[in-house]
Design a protein around this ligand. Structure first.
Ligand code: SF4
Length: 564
Protein backbone atom coordinates (compact mmCIF):
# COMPACT_ATOMS: atom_id res chain seq x y z
CA UNK A 1 0.00 0.00 0.00
CA UNK A 2 1.15 3.50 -0.73
CA UNK A 3 2.14 5.38 2.40
CA UNK A 4 -0.12 8.35 1.88
CA UNK A 5 1.37 10.29 4.82
CA UNK A 6 4.86 9.94 3.33
CA UNK A 7 3.57 11.09 -0.01
CA UNK A 8 1.88 14.06 1.59
CA UNK A 9 5.21 14.97 3.18
CA UNK A 10 6.90 14.62 -0.20
CA UNK A 11 4.25 16.84 -1.77
CA UNK A 12 4.81 19.44 0.89
CA UNK A 13 8.54 19.37 0.14
CA UNK A 14 7.87 19.58 -3.58
CA UNK A 15 5.45 22.40 -2.96
CA UNK A 16 8.17 24.28 -1.07
CA UNK A 17 10.59 23.72 -3.94
CA UNK A 18 7.90 24.87 -6.34
CA UNK A 19 7.36 28.06 -4.33
CA UNK A 20 11.10 28.75 -4.40
CA UNK A 21 10.86 28.46 -8.18
CA UNK A 22 8.03 30.96 -8.24
CA UNK A 23 5.50 28.21 -8.95
CA UNK A 24 2.52 29.38 -6.94
CA UNK A 25 -1.17 29.38 -7.52
CA UNK A 26 -3.07 32.48 -6.46
CA UNK A 27 -5.93 31.98 -4.06
CA UNK A 28 -8.54 30.52 -4.52
CA UNK A 29 -6.87 28.20 -7.04
CA UNK A 30 -5.64 24.77 -6.01
CA UNK A 31 -2.34 23.86 -7.55
CA UNK A 32 -2.04 20.38 -9.09
CA UNK A 33 1.29 19.09 -10.32
CA UNK A 34 1.58 16.77 -13.26
CA UNK A 35 4.49 15.44 -15.26
CA UNK A 36 4.60 16.81 -18.80
CA UNK A 37 4.15 13.37 -20.34
CA UNK A 38 0.93 12.67 -18.45
CA UNK A 39 -0.62 16.14 -18.42
CA UNK A 40 -2.91 15.45 -21.39
CA UNK A 41 -4.42 12.55 -19.50
CA UNK A 42 -5.03 14.69 -16.44
CA UNK A 43 -6.68 17.38 -18.52
CA UNK A 44 -8.87 14.81 -20.24
CA UNK A 45 -9.89 13.42 -16.84
CA UNK A 46 -10.81 16.88 -15.58
CA UNK A 47 -12.64 17.88 -18.76
CA UNK A 48 -14.66 14.67 -18.62
CA UNK A 49 -15.47 15.53 -15.00
CA UNK A 50 -16.74 18.96 -16.13
CA UNK A 51 -19.22 17.09 -18.35
CA UNK A 52 -20.26 14.77 -15.47
CA UNK A 53 -18.80 11.88 -17.46
CA UNK A 54 -17.80 9.56 -14.64
CA UNK A 55 -16.60 6.77 -16.87
CA UNK A 56 -14.02 8.71 -18.89
CA UNK A 57 -13.01 10.88 -15.98
CA UNK A 58 -12.23 7.69 -14.03
CA UNK A 59 -10.43 6.07 -16.93
CA UNK A 60 -8.17 9.05 -17.66
CA UNK A 61 -7.40 9.58 -13.99
CA UNK A 62 -6.47 5.92 -13.76
CA UNK A 63 -4.25 6.10 -16.84
CA UNK A 64 -2.69 9.30 -15.50
CA UNK A 65 -1.27 7.26 -12.65
CA UNK A 66 0.73 5.03 -15.00
CA UNK A 67 4.43 5.58 -15.60
CA UNK A 68 7.47 5.86 -13.36
CA UNK A 69 6.88 5.25 -9.68
CA UNK A 70 9.75 7.27 -8.29
CA UNK A 71 12.06 10.04 -9.36
CA UNK A 72 15.71 9.47 -10.27
CA UNK A 73 18.35 12.09 -9.52
CA UNK A 74 18.16 13.10 -13.17
CA UNK A 75 14.43 13.66 -12.85
CA UNK A 76 14.97 15.93 -9.86
CA UNK A 77 17.64 17.82 -11.80
CA UNK A 78 15.36 18.17 -14.81
CA UNK A 79 12.69 19.55 -12.53
CA UNK A 80 15.12 22.09 -11.08
CA UNK A 81 16.54 23.15 -14.44
CA UNK A 82 13.27 23.55 -16.31
CA UNK A 83 10.79 26.07 -14.97
CA UNK A 84 7.30 24.83 -14.20
CA UNK A 85 4.61 25.76 -16.69
CA UNK A 86 1.02 26.69 -16.01
CA UNK A 87 -0.71 24.35 -18.41
CA UNK A 88 -4.32 25.27 -17.77
CA UNK A 89 -6.80 26.78 -15.36
CA UNK A 90 -9.95 24.77 -15.06
CA UNK A 91 -12.98 24.78 -12.77
CA UNK A 92 -14.30 21.35 -11.88
CA UNK A 93 -17.17 20.63 -9.47
CA UNK A 94 -16.73 24.12 -8.01
CA UNK A 95 -12.95 23.80 -7.53
CA UNK A 96 -10.67 26.19 -9.37
CA UNK A 97 -7.54 24.31 -10.36
CA UNK A 98 -4.17 25.40 -11.68
CA UNK A 99 -2.64 22.53 -13.61
CA UNK A 100 1.09 23.02 -13.30
CA UNK A 101 3.30 20.98 -15.56
CA UNK A 102 6.79 19.94 -14.52
CA UNK A 103 9.15 17.66 -16.41
CA UNK A 104 8.59 14.87 -13.94
CA UNK A 105 6.13 14.06 -11.16
CA UNK A 106 6.47 10.59 -9.65
CA UNK A 107 3.49 8.21 -9.64
CA UNK A 108 3.11 8.19 -5.87
CA UNK A 109 2.80 11.98 -5.87
CA UNK A 110 0.15 11.68 -8.59
CA UNK A 111 -1.59 9.06 -6.47
CA UNK A 112 -1.70 11.50 -3.56
CA UNK A 113 -3.26 14.07 -5.88
CA UNK A 114 -5.80 11.48 -7.07
CA UNK A 115 -6.67 10.80 -3.47
CA UNK A 116 -7.24 14.52 -2.96
CA UNK A 117 -9.45 14.68 -6.08
CA UNK A 118 -11.41 11.68 -4.84
CA UNK A 119 -11.74 12.49 -1.15
CA UNK A 120 -11.21 16.21 -0.56
CA UNK A 121 -12.74 17.44 -3.81
CA UNK A 122 -15.22 14.57 -4.16
CA UNK A 123 -14.93 14.21 -7.93
CA UNK A 124 -16.93 11.09 -8.84
CA UNK A 125 -14.59 9.89 -11.62
CA UNK A 126 -11.57 10.32 -9.35
CA UNK A 127 -13.42 8.36 -6.66
CA UNK A 128 -13.90 5.42 -9.03
CA UNK A 129 -10.26 5.58 -10.16
CA UNK A 130 -8.97 5.78 -6.60
CA UNK A 131 -11.10 2.83 -5.50
CA UNK A 132 -9.74 0.92 -8.53
CA UNK A 133 -6.19 1.62 -7.42
CA UNK A 134 -6.96 0.42 -3.89
CA UNK A 135 -8.70 -2.70 -5.20
CA UNK A 136 -5.76 -3.48 -7.44
CA UNK A 137 -3.57 -3.38 -4.35
CA UNK A 138 -5.95 -5.82 -2.64
CA UNK A 139 -7.37 -3.19 -0.27
CA UNK A 140 -10.97 -4.14 -1.13
CA UNK A 141 -12.59 -3.00 2.10
CA UNK A 142 -11.04 0.48 1.85
CA UNK A 143 -11.98 0.60 -1.83
CA UNK A 144 -15.60 -0.28 -1.00
CA UNK A 145 -15.76 2.47 1.63
CA UNK A 146 -14.50 4.99 -0.95
CA UNK A 147 -16.98 3.73 -3.57
CA UNK A 148 -19.96 3.87 -1.19
CA UNK A 149 -19.07 7.38 -0.10
CA UNK A 150 -18.62 8.33 -3.74
CA UNK A 151 -22.13 7.11 -4.58
CA UNK A 152 -23.64 8.92 -1.63
CA UNK A 153 -22.00 12.28 -2.37
CA UNK A 154 -22.62 12.06 -6.11
CA UNK A 155 -26.30 11.25 -5.62
CA UNK A 156 -26.63 14.12 -3.16
CA UNK A 157 -24.96 16.49 -5.61
CA UNK A 158 -27.33 15.45 -8.36
CA UNK A 159 -30.32 15.91 -6.07
CA UNK A 160 -29.13 19.37 -5.02
CA UNK A 161 -28.59 20.40 -8.63
CA UNK A 162 -32.08 19.20 -9.54
CA UNK A 163 -33.58 21.16 -6.63
CA UNK A 164 -31.70 24.28 -7.72
CA UNK A 165 -32.84 23.81 -11.31
CA UNK A 166 -36.45 23.54 -10.12
CA UNK A 167 -36.11 26.66 -8.00
CA UNK A 168 -34.49 28.58 -10.84
CA UNK A 169 -35.74 27.02 -14.08
CA UNK A 170 -34.07 29.46 -16.48
CA UNK A 171 -30.89 29.87 -14.44
CA UNK A 172 -32.09 33.32 -13.44
CA UNK A 173 -31.92 34.70 -16.95
CA UNK A 174 -33.99 34.69 -20.09
CA UNK A 175 -31.44 32.43 -21.76
CA UNK A 176 -31.80 28.73 -22.48
CA UNK A 177 -32.08 26.23 -19.67
CA UNK A 178 -28.91 24.37 -18.93
CA UNK A 179 -28.87 20.59 -19.29
CA UNK A 180 -29.74 18.81 -16.05
CA UNK A 181 -26.72 17.60 -14.13
CA UNK A 182 -26.84 13.87 -14.55
CA UNK A 183 -24.04 11.50 -13.69
CA UNK A 184 -23.53 7.95 -14.85
CA UNK A 185 -24.28 6.68 -11.36
CA UNK A 186 -24.36 3.09 -12.61
CA UNK A 187 -20.56 3.25 -13.01
CA UNK A 188 -20.18 3.68 -9.25
CA UNK A 189 -22.95 1.16 -8.52
CA UNK A 190 -21.23 -1.40 -10.73
CA UNK A 191 -17.97 -0.86 -8.87
CA UNK A 192 -19.74 -1.36 -5.53
CA UNK A 193 -21.32 -4.59 -6.84
CA UNK A 194 -17.90 -5.90 -7.90
CA UNK A 195 -16.26 -4.97 -4.60
CA UNK A 196 -19.06 -6.49 -2.51
CA UNK A 197 -18.76 -9.75 -4.43
CA UNK A 198 -15.00 -9.97 -4.17
CA UNK A 199 -15.15 -9.24 -0.43
CA UNK A 200 -17.79 -11.99 -0.03
CA UNK A 201 -15.44 -14.42 -1.82
CA UNK A 202 -17.72 -14.67 -4.90
CA UNK A 203 -16.69 -14.63 -8.53
CA UNK A 204 -16.75 -11.37 -10.44
CA UNK A 205 -17.57 -11.53 -14.13
CA UNK A 206 -14.89 -10.32 -16.48
CA UNK A 207 -16.48 -7.07 -17.61
CA UNK A 208 -16.52 -5.84 -14.01
CA UNK A 209 -12.84 -6.53 -13.44
CA UNK A 210 -12.12 -3.06 -14.78
CA UNK A 211 -13.51 -1.65 -11.54
CA UNK A 212 -11.12 -3.75 -9.49
CA UNK A 213 -8.11 -2.55 -11.46
CA UNK A 214 -7.82 -3.67 -15.09
CA UNK A 215 -9.87 -5.93 -17.33
CA UNK A 216 -6.86 -6.73 -19.55
CA UNK A 217 -8.54 -5.39 -22.66
CA UNK A 218 -11.58 -7.69 -22.37
CA UNK A 219 -14.14 -4.99 -23.18
CA UNK A 220 -11.98 -3.16 -25.71
CA UNK A 221 -11.95 -6.32 -27.84
CA UNK A 222 -15.74 -6.58 -27.76
CA UNK A 223 -18.77 -4.73 -29.00
CA UNK A 224 -22.56 -4.90 -28.91
CA UNK A 225 -24.60 -4.56 -32.07
CA UNK A 226 -27.72 -3.17 -30.37
CA UNK A 227 -27.00 0.59 -30.64
CA UNK A 228 -26.01 0.18 -34.28
CA UNK A 229 -29.14 -1.68 -35.28
CA UNK A 230 -31.85 -0.69 -32.84
CA UNK A 231 -34.18 2.10 -31.78
CA UNK A 232 -36.58 1.83 -28.83
CA UNK A 233 -39.57 4.11 -28.53
CA UNK A 234 -41.09 4.23 -25.09
CA UNK A 235 -44.59 5.07 -23.95
CA UNK A 236 -43.60 8.65 -23.07
CA UNK A 237 -41.97 9.17 -26.46
CA UNK A 238 -38.41 8.80 -25.17
CA UNK A 239 -36.10 6.94 -27.49
CA UNK A 240 -33.11 4.76 -26.71
CA UNK A 241 -30.73 2.41 -28.48
CA UNK A 242 -31.26 -0.53 -26.15
CA UNK A 243 -33.36 -1.63 -23.21
CA UNK A 244 -33.89 1.53 -21.14
CA UNK A 245 -33.22 -0.34 -17.90
CA UNK A 246 -29.88 -1.65 -19.10
CA UNK A 247 -28.83 1.84 -20.19
CA UNK A 248 -30.27 3.76 -17.27
CA UNK A 249 -31.37 7.34 -17.82
CA UNK A 250 -30.00 7.39 -21.33
CA UNK A 251 -32.30 8.97 -23.88
CA UNK A 252 -31.53 9.76 -27.50
CA UNK A 253 -34.51 12.10 -27.96
CA UNK A 254 -38.27 12.26 -27.64
CA UNK A 255 -40.66 11.79 -30.52
CA UNK A 256 -43.62 13.17 -28.58
CA UNK A 257 -42.06 16.32 -27.12
CA UNK A 258 -39.04 17.26 -29.27
CA UNK A 259 -40.81 17.71 -32.61
CA UNK A 260 -38.48 15.20 -34.28
CA UNK A 261 -39.14 11.97 -36.13
CA UNK A 262 -37.91 8.58 -34.97
CA UNK A 263 -35.53 8.53 -37.95
CA UNK A 264 -34.08 11.92 -36.91
CA UNK A 265 -33.43 10.44 -33.48
CA UNK A 266 -31.81 7.32 -34.89
CA UNK A 267 -29.45 9.56 -36.89
CA UNK A 268 -28.64 12.11 -34.16
CA UNK A 269 -25.46 12.72 -32.12
CA UNK A 270 -26.73 11.03 -28.97
CA UNK A 271 -27.34 7.80 -30.85
CA UNK A 272 -23.88 8.15 -32.41
CA UNK A 273 -22.35 8.63 -28.93
CA UNK A 274 -23.91 5.37 -27.77
CA UNK A 275 -22.42 3.56 -30.78
CA UNK A 276 -19.05 5.14 -30.14
CA UNK A 277 -19.13 3.68 -26.63
CA UNK A 278 -19.48 0.22 -28.23
CA UNK A 279 -16.31 0.78 -30.24
CA UNK A 280 -14.00 2.43 -27.71
CA UNK A 281 -14.42 -0.28 -25.07
CA UNK A 282 -16.07 2.04 -22.55
CA UNK A 283 -19.68 0.74 -22.77
CA UNK A 284 -20.14 3.74 -20.58
CA UNK A 285 -23.92 4.04 -20.90
CA UNK A 286 -24.46 0.32 -20.15
CA UNK A 287 -25.15 -0.91 -16.66
CA UNK A 288 -22.82 -3.89 -16.57
CA UNK A 289 -24.82 -5.53 -13.78
CA UNK A 290 -28.31 -5.03 -15.20
CA UNK A 291 -27.53 -6.03 -18.79
CA UNK A 292 -27.35 -9.83 -18.79
CA UNK A 293 -24.86 -10.10 -21.65
CA UNK A 294 -22.05 -9.05 -19.31
CA UNK A 295 -22.95 -11.46 -16.50
CA UNK A 296 -23.35 -14.28 -19.02
CA UNK A 297 -20.07 -13.25 -20.67
CA UNK A 298 -22.00 -13.36 -23.94
CA UNK A 299 -20.68 -10.12 -25.42
CA UNK A 300 -19.24 -10.92 -28.86
CA UNK A 301 -15.79 -9.97 -30.02
CA UNK A 302 -15.77 -7.22 -32.61
CA UNK A 303 -15.07 -9.78 -35.30
CA UNK A 304 -17.91 -12.08 -34.24
CA UNK A 305 -20.35 -9.13 -34.16
CA UNK A 306 -19.96 -8.47 -37.90
CA UNK A 307 -22.79 -10.90 -38.66
CA UNK A 308 -25.38 -8.83 -36.82
CA UNK A 309 -26.03 -6.31 -39.56
CA UNK A 310 -24.67 -3.80 -42.00
CA UNK A 311 -24.63 -0.91 -39.52
CA UNK A 312 -22.58 -2.98 -37.08
CA UNK A 313 -20.19 -3.98 -39.86
CA UNK A 314 -19.72 -0.36 -40.89
CA UNK A 315 -19.21 0.59 -37.26
CA UNK A 316 -16.64 -2.07 -36.46
CA UNK A 317 -14.75 -1.95 -39.76
CA UNK A 318 -14.87 1.75 -40.58
CA UNK A 319 -15.70 3.42 -37.28
CA UNK A 320 -19.05 4.67 -38.69
CA UNK A 321 -21.44 5.75 -35.94
CA UNK A 322 -24.10 7.51 -38.02
CA UNK A 323 -26.48 5.21 -39.88
CA UNK A 324 -29.55 5.73 -42.04
CA UNK A 325 -32.02 3.09 -40.81
CA UNK A 326 -32.37 0.72 -37.88
CA UNK A 327 -32.88 -2.94 -38.57
CA UNK A 328 -34.55 -3.51 -35.19
CA UNK A 329 -37.38 -1.39 -33.77
CA UNK A 330 -38.79 -1.84 -30.28
CA UNK A 331 -42.09 -0.22 -29.43
CA UNK A 332 -42.69 -0.08 -25.69
CA UNK A 333 -45.35 2.28 -26.76
CA UNK A 334 -48.52 1.94 -24.75
CA UNK A 335 -48.86 1.30 -21.03
CA UNK A 336 -52.50 0.28 -21.28
CA UNK A 337 -53.08 -3.17 -19.85
CA UNK A 338 -55.95 -5.39 -18.73
CA UNK A 339 -53.93 -6.54 -15.67
CA UNK A 340 -52.21 -4.68 -12.84
CA UNK A 341 -49.35 -6.96 -11.85
CA UNK A 342 -47.83 -5.81 -8.55
CA UNK A 343 -44.33 -5.99 -10.06
CA UNK A 344 -45.35 -3.41 -12.66
CA UNK A 345 -48.12 -1.13 -11.40
CA UNK A 346 -50.48 -0.51 -8.53
CA UNK A 347 -53.67 -0.15 -10.62
CA UNK A 348 -55.03 -0.85 -14.08
CA UNK A 349 -53.75 1.73 -16.59
CA UNK A 350 -55.55 2.76 -19.76
CA UNK A 351 -53.95 5.56 -21.71
CA UNK A 352 -56.12 8.62 -22.29
CA UNK A 353 -57.92 8.91 -25.62
CA UNK A 354 -56.03 12.02 -26.78
CA UNK A 355 -52.70 10.25 -26.15
CA UNK A 356 -53.89 7.17 -28.02
CA UNK A 357 -54.86 9.41 -30.95
CA UNK A 358 -51.45 11.09 -30.94
CA UNK A 359 -49.76 7.72 -30.94
CA UNK A 360 -51.86 6.52 -33.85
CA UNK A 361 -50.76 9.58 -35.80
CA UNK A 362 -47.16 8.97 -34.80
CA UNK A 363 -47.33 5.42 -36.11
CA UNK A 364 -48.31 6.77 -39.51
CA UNK A 365 -45.87 9.67 -39.67
CA UNK A 366 -42.84 8.49 -37.73
CA UNK A 367 -42.86 4.75 -37.15
CA UNK A 368 -44.12 3.31 -40.44
CA UNK A 369 -41.11 4.84 -42.32
CA UNK A 370 -38.81 3.02 -39.89
CA UNK A 371 -40.56 -0.29 -40.39
CA UNK A 372 -40.26 -0.33 -44.16
CA UNK A 373 -36.52 -0.84 -43.79
CA UNK A 374 -36.47 -2.80 -40.52
CA UNK A 375 -36.05 -6.55 -40.13
CA UNK A 376 -37.51 -6.91 -36.63
CA UNK A 377 -40.32 -5.17 -34.76
CA UNK A 378 -40.36 -5.97 -31.07
CA UNK A 379 -43.67 -4.95 -29.58
CA UNK A 380 -44.96 -3.97 -26.63
CA UNK A 381 -43.16 -4.59 -23.32
CA UNK A 382 -44.74 -1.47 -21.75
CA UNK A 383 -48.30 -2.87 -21.53
CA UNK A 384 -50.60 -5.35 -23.24
CA UNK A 385 -50.50 -5.13 -27.02
CA UNK A 386 -53.98 -6.57 -27.45
CA UNK A 387 -55.66 -3.83 -25.41
CA UNK A 388 -53.75 -0.99 -27.08
CA UNK A 389 -55.82 0.77 -29.72
CA UNK A 390 -52.81 2.27 -31.60
CA UNK A 391 -50.97 -1.04 -31.59
CA UNK A 392 -53.99 -3.04 -32.72
CA UNK A 393 -54.32 -0.59 -35.63
CA UNK A 394 -50.67 -1.12 -36.41
CA UNK A 395 -51.03 -4.92 -36.31
CA UNK A 396 -54.01 -4.74 -38.65
CA UNK A 397 -51.98 -2.77 -41.21
CA UNK A 398 -48.91 -4.97 -41.25
CA UNK A 399 -48.59 -7.56 -44.00
CA UNK A 400 -45.76 -9.34 -45.82
CA UNK A 401 -46.42 -7.53 -49.12
CA UNK A 402 -45.87 -4.02 -47.75
CA UNK A 403 -43.21 -5.09 -45.24
CA UNK A 404 -41.38 -7.95 -46.97
CA UNK A 405 -38.36 -7.97 -44.63
CA UNK A 406 -40.17 -7.44 -41.35
CA UNK A 407 -40.63 -10.06 -38.62
CA UNK A 408 -42.50 -9.48 -35.37
CA UNK A 409 -41.57 -10.34 -31.80
CA UNK A 410 -44.72 -9.97 -29.74
CA UNK A 411 -44.70 -9.67 -25.95
CA UNK A 412 -48.04 -10.27 -24.27
CA UNK A 413 -49.49 -11.30 -20.93
CA UNK A 414 -51.37 -14.00 -22.83
CA UNK A 415 -54.76 -13.42 -21.26
CA UNK A 416 -56.41 -12.31 -24.52
CA UNK A 417 -54.34 -14.15 -27.09
CA UNK A 418 -56.62 -16.98 -28.14
CA UNK A 419 -57.69 -18.38 -31.51
CA UNK A 420 -60.41 -15.73 -31.97
CA UNK A 421 -58.00 -12.86 -31.37
CA UNK A 422 -55.35 -14.43 -33.59
CA UNK A 423 -57.83 -14.70 -36.46
CA UNK A 424 -58.47 -10.95 -36.35
CA UNK A 425 -54.95 -10.18 -37.61
CA UNK A 426 -54.42 -12.38 -40.68
CA UNK A 427 -51.84 -10.00 -42.16
CA UNK A 428 -49.24 -10.85 -39.52
CA UNK A 429 -49.62 -14.62 -39.59
CA UNK A 430 -46.62 -15.23 -41.78
CA UNK A 431 -44.57 -12.54 -40.05
CA UNK A 432 -44.18 -13.79 -36.48
CA UNK A 433 -40.69 -14.54 -35.34
CA UNK A 434 -41.66 -15.01 -31.70
CA UNK A 435 -44.49 -14.69 -29.21
CA UNK A 436 -43.30 -14.22 -25.66
CA UNK A 437 -45.68 -14.58 -22.74
CA UNK A 438 -44.81 -13.03 -19.36
CA UNK A 439 -45.81 -15.75 -16.94
CA UNK A 440 -43.95 -15.52 -13.58
CA UNK A 441 -45.58 -18.62 -12.11
CA UNK A 442 -46.07 -22.34 -12.52
CA UNK A 443 -49.16 -22.66 -10.32
CA UNK A 444 -52.61 -21.06 -10.14
CA UNK A 445 -52.20 -19.40 -6.70
CA UNK A 446 -48.89 -17.79 -7.57
CA UNK A 447 -50.10 -16.75 -11.03
CA UNK A 448 -53.24 -15.09 -9.73
CA UNK A 449 -51.28 -13.33 -6.99
CA UNK A 450 -48.62 -11.97 -9.36
CA UNK A 451 -50.91 -11.41 -12.37
CA UNK A 452 -53.55 -9.36 -10.62
CA UNK A 453 -56.74 -9.62 -12.67
CA UNK A 454 -55.61 -12.78 -14.48
CA UNK A 455 -57.33 -16.19 -14.46
CA UNK A 456 -55.06 -19.24 -14.57
CA UNK A 457 -57.46 -21.54 -16.43
CA UNK A 458 -58.00 -19.07 -19.31
CA UNK A 459 -54.31 -18.26 -19.36
CA UNK A 460 -53.24 -21.88 -19.54
CA UNK A 461 -55.70 -22.62 -22.38
CA UNK A 462 -54.18 -19.72 -24.31
CA UNK A 463 -50.69 -21.07 -23.68
CA UNK A 464 -51.77 -24.39 -25.17
CA UNK A 465 -53.13 -22.58 -28.22
CA UNK A 466 -49.81 -20.72 -28.66
CA UNK A 467 -47.79 -23.90 -28.15
CA UNK A 468 -49.87 -25.39 -30.98
CA UNK A 469 -48.93 -22.46 -33.27
CA UNK A 470 -45.29 -23.20 -32.55
CA UNK A 471 -45.57 -26.95 -32.96
CA UNK A 472 -47.33 -26.52 -36.34
CA UNK A 473 -44.60 -24.12 -37.49
CA UNK A 474 -46.95 -21.10 -37.69
CA UNK A 475 -44.65 -19.05 -35.50
CA UNK A 476 -40.90 -19.38 -35.25
CA UNK A 477 -40.49 -19.23 -31.47
CA UNK A 478 -42.73 -19.56 -28.44
CA UNK A 479 -41.17 -18.03 -25.34
CA UNK A 480 -42.34 -18.02 -21.73
CA UNK A 481 -40.70 -15.58 -19.34
CA UNK A 482 -40.46 -15.61 -15.58
CA UNK A 483 -39.32 -12.65 -13.47
CA UNK A 484 -38.03 -14.21 -10.28
CA UNK A 485 -38.45 -12.74 -6.81
CA UNK A 486 -39.29 -13.82 -3.27
CA UNK A 487 -42.89 -14.81 -4.10
CA UNK A 488 -42.10 -17.20 -6.94
CA UNK A 489 -38.45 -18.27 -6.99
CA UNK A 490 -39.25 -21.71 -5.53
CA UNK A 491 -41.39 -22.39 -8.63
CA UNK A 492 -38.53 -21.83 -11.06
CA UNK A 493 -37.75 -25.54 -11.61
CA UNK A 494 -41.48 -26.32 -12.00
CA UNK A 495 -41.67 -23.53 -14.56
CA UNK A 496 -38.99 -25.23 -16.65
CA UNK A 497 -41.07 -28.45 -16.55
CA UNK A 498 -44.24 -26.56 -17.44
CA UNK A 499 -42.62 -25.01 -20.51
CA UNK A 500 -41.42 -28.45 -21.66
CA UNK A 501 -44.90 -29.92 -21.17
CA UNK A 502 -46.49 -27.14 -23.22
CA UNK A 503 -44.10 -27.61 -26.11
CA UNK A 504 -40.79 -29.39 -26.50
CA UNK A 505 -39.70 -26.34 -28.51
CA UNK A 506 -40.75 -23.65 -25.99
CA UNK A 507 -38.02 -21.26 -24.86
CA UNK A 508 -37.81 -20.53 -21.12
CA UNK A 509 -36.58 -17.10 -20.00
CA UNK A 510 -35.63 -16.12 -16.45
CA UNK A 511 -35.05 -12.50 -15.48
CA UNK A 512 -34.40 -10.88 -12.12
CA UNK A 513 -36.89 -8.45 -10.63
CA UNK A 514 -35.87 -4.85 -11.22
CA UNK A 515 -37.24 -1.82 -9.46
CA UNK A 516 -38.60 0.45 -12.21
CA UNK A 517 -39.75 2.84 -9.50
CA UNK A 518 -42.75 0.62 -8.64
CA UNK A 519 -41.44 -0.38 -5.21
CA UNK A 520 -40.28 1.46 -2.14
CA UNK A 521 -36.59 0.59 -1.56
CA UNK A 522 -37.44 -1.51 1.53
CA UNK A 523 -40.12 -3.47 -0.38
CA UNK A 524 -37.73 -4.14 -3.23
CA UNK A 525 -35.08 -5.29 -0.79
CA UNK A 526 -37.58 -7.81 0.61
CA UNK A 527 -38.42 -9.13 -2.86
CA UNK A 528 -35.01 -9.12 -4.55
CA UNK A 529 -33.89 -12.61 -3.67
CA UNK A 530 -31.05 -12.37 -6.19
CA UNK A 531 -29.28 -9.81 -3.99
CA UNK A 532 -26.45 -11.20 -1.92
CA UNK A 533 -27.77 -9.70 1.32
CA UNK A 534 -31.27 -11.25 0.96
CA UNK A 535 -31.96 -13.80 3.75
CA UNK A 536 -33.10 -16.40 1.18
CA UNK A 537 -30.24 -15.80 -1.25
CA UNK A 538 -28.48 -19.09 -0.48
CA UNK A 539 -31.70 -21.02 -1.14
CA UNK A 540 -32.09 -19.10 -4.39
CA UNK A 541 -28.52 -20.03 -5.35
CA UNK A 542 -29.25 -23.69 -4.62
CA UNK A 543 -32.26 -23.57 -6.96
CA UNK A 544 -30.49 -21.91 -9.86
CA UNK A 545 -27.59 -24.37 -9.45
CA UNK A 546 -29.84 -27.32 -10.34
CA UNK A 547 -28.85 -28.94 -13.65
CA UNK A 548 -32.25 -28.24 -15.21
CA UNK A 549 -31.72 -24.49 -14.59
CA UNK A 550 -28.58 -24.31 -16.72
CA UNK A 551 -28.58 -21.94 -19.68
CA UNK A 552 -29.01 -23.80 -22.99
CA UNK A 553 -28.97 -21.77 -26.22
CA UNK A 554 -32.44 -21.48 -27.78
CA UNK A 555 -33.97 -23.48 -24.90
CA UNK A 556 -33.32 -21.64 -21.66
CA UNK A 557 -32.09 -18.08 -21.24
CA UNK A 558 -31.32 -16.68 -17.80
CA UNK A 559 -29.60 -13.64 -16.40
CA UNK A 560 -28.50 -15.36 -13.18
CA UNK A 561 -25.17 -16.88 -14.25
CA UNK A 562 -23.30 -13.94 -12.72
CA UNK A 563 -24.79 -14.69 -9.27
CA UNK A 564 -23.38 -18.20 -9.05
S1 SF4 B 1 -26.87 -2.57 -22.29
FE1 SF4 B 1 -26.19 -4.60 -23.01
S2 SF4 B 1 -27.48 -5.10 -24.75
FE2 SF4 B 1 -27.63 -2.89 -24.36
S3 SF4 B 1 -26.08 -1.91 -25.64
FE3 SF4 B 1 -25.14 -2.27 -23.67
S4 SF4 B 1 -24.17 -4.26 -23.91
FE4 SF4 B 1 -25.65 -4.10 -25.54
Amino acid sequence: MTDVAAVDLRLRIEHRVGRLLGETAPSPFIRILTGAEESDLLLKALKAAVEFDIYWSNEYFYQWLGGEASASVNDWLRNLLQPPKLREEITVEGHQLHIVERPFVPADARLASLRAFAIDMQMPGAGVAYARVLAKQGAYVEALAIARKNLETTRARETDAAAQARANPSNGAAGPRSAPRQYELHVIENQIFALERVIAGKTVFRALKRYLGDDDGYLKARTCHMPFERIDIQENGNCAVCCAQWMPRFSTGNVLSDGVSALDVFRNDRSAAARQSMLDGSFKFCDLVKCPVFANEALPTKEAALVFGENTRNGVQRGAVKHEYPSYVLLAFDQSCNLSCPSCRSHVITEKMDMQTRKEELIGTSIAPLLRQARVLHINPAGEIFVSRPLRRLLSKLNPTDYPNLKLNIISNGMLLNQREWDKFPGIHGMIDSIRISTDAATKPTFEKLRRGGRWEIFYENLKFLAGLKDRGEINEFKLSFTYQVDNFREMPAFVDMCRELSPHAVTIFEKLENWGTFKPEDYKHMAVHKMDHPLHEEFLAIISQPKMAVVPRRLYADYSGFL
